[in-house]
Design a protein around this ligand. Sequence first.
Ligand SMILES: [Zn+2]
Length: 98
Amino acid sequence: MREVGCVDAAQGLETTFDLIFDLSKNCKFKDCKHTSEIGCAVLQAVDEGNLDAALYENYMKMGEKKHFESTVAERRKKDKSFGNMVKDYKNLKKNNRE
Ligand SMILES: [Zn+2]
């Protein structure tokens, strides 16, 4: 027997992550952030009502927090490689336009 009440929330979140992870395999870009990318399967699912917008927002909030934490920690180490990152980003933008 399980206590349904509080397990539900945790399971819901896990399910959301699984769902979005599965969807993200169909995203056009491998490093898709699921925010405004063209060809993002996650955004499309929200759009079509296959994914609850509230679940998506939850996911994005968690993701942003994680991303922010790792960014702050890694920025100090990677300061020197920032120039290369900018170069890569410019190339990516150029490629996306083609
Ligand atoms: Zn995506």
